[in-house]
Design a protein around this ligand. Sequence first.
Ligand SMILES: Cc1cc2nc3c(=O)[nH]c(=O)nc-3n(C[C@H](O)[C@H](O)[C@H](O)COP(=O)(O)OP(=O)(O)OC[C@H]3O[C@@H](n4cnc5c(N)ncnc54)[C@H](O)[C@@H]3O)c2cc1C
Length: 457
Amino acid sequence: MRDRIQRKLIEIVGPANYSDKLIDLVAYSYDGSYYSHRPDCAVWADSTEQISQILGFANQEKMPVVARGAGTGISGNAIPVKGGIVLDLSRMNRILSIQIPDRLTVVEPGVVYDKLQAALSPHGFFFPPDPASGKVCTLGGNVGTNAGGLRAAKYGTTREYVLGLQVVLANGEIMRTGARTMKTSSGYDLTRLFTGSEGTLGVFTEITLKIVPKPAETATALAAFDRLESAGEAVTRIMQSDITPSALELLDTTIIRLLQKYTDGEIPPAAAIILAETDGRTRQVVDHQMAYLVKLFEQCHATSVELAKTDDDAERLWRGRKEIAGMFGELGLVNIPEDLTVPMSRISEYLTRCQSLSKKHQLAIINFGHAGDGNFHTNILYDPDDPDQKNRLEPTRLDLHELACELGGTLTGEHGIGITKAGFMDLEHDPSALKMMRSLKQALDPNNILNPGKMAL
Ligand SMILES: Cc1cc2nc3c(=O)[nH]c(=O)nc-3n(C[C@H](O)[C@H](O)[C@H](O)COP(=O)(O)OP(=O)(O)OC[C@H]3O[C@@H](n4cnc5c(N)ncnc54)[C@H](O)[C@@H]3O)c2cc1C
């Protein structure tokens, strides 16, 4: 049977685009999470027709197929937990059109996020979601996980920009969703259903994205607070105002202390720090907006507020925040990254209760992230050589996910469910909603070949 499958896949993609070599299987068994599982083989496809043939064949054979972009997903989204075929889409990487008068671009799924930005920049346009992995992650992966980033408070996440998709369904059928217009009320919104579906409902082979004019100016400020509650209050008051910052990041005491110790990011001592950015068409507009935010920081008892006067200043203020991911490598501990998200009015309560959970479970819990949309990168740190700490990890994760849901929040603001959060789905979704999700999966993929074992489906 193995030979037959190998022969058929090679017939579709050619011998150079098929592999079952150990080195490739090991590489494709990992993504950005701590999990791994080997596939049986990998194929590099370069057309919709090839993907249609691969899925049609895999469906007959009832063989799992896992679509993969750059494999940077953090929730184990692209790990082939049931083996099967890894379908690498990174070679389908053409920008098919940039249509400025229509304010849209049509791309293949393997286009890297930053490559699209570079192509849009000369036109004065951009695609806003801005994941921190933008140098490597693909637009197919961004749509697959509904990726977001620093600017989501103002510009939203990937979902807000997907106008339409070409999708290959589990049986190999090719389908188009959406329209190349800024709006449509035509039928069920299949585009939104497929966005964030983590490769479980179909494989995107063409993506139509809305693009927006790039703001010419930005202003940046860093505010320090000696009480976490004051920083939380500042966020709430900003989000109640008529100013929407393009970024509003909050760092808690623990991450501030770690940054002071392990980086040269010049982070002031504080119980909490807020980094704010405003953007707009003119200097006058962004400065006016920032002046208002500074006034609110002061009213909320900020102990210091530093305004960037130059681009270099702005870069310096952002440095600490941007060094966080690299710093984790220095700690000699494992960090489990969550992306729990709560309503903005509950941020202080969330952060304070995270500190209580840290004491309860005797594990470091640190928080930083996108306060402007309530999305926190809540990281649990533990020593992998200490079995006691390892045993306390899952109960801590359960408590954190329960907390987010209790506060009216969600299990994931941008990374998706994958395998790491699958066990928590019933904390957020009621039985009817879960049943509906499983019915949709069953209708679209009755043989469960598309990325099986994910999202508790
Ligand atoms: C250092 C680092 C920083 C990160 N920062 C952010 C961040 O700021 N914001 C954020 O949202 N995420 C972030 N991530 C997570 C990750 O980069 C995103 O989830 C990204 O969208 C994944 O893109 P990818 O190309 O790597 O997709 P993959 O990991 O390859 O796949 C992700 C999911 O999408 C599915 N998929 C991929 N391509 C297709 C396709 N063509 N059709 C259907 N399904 C498909 C896969 O099956 C999988 O379920 C970060 C990760 C790292 C390692």
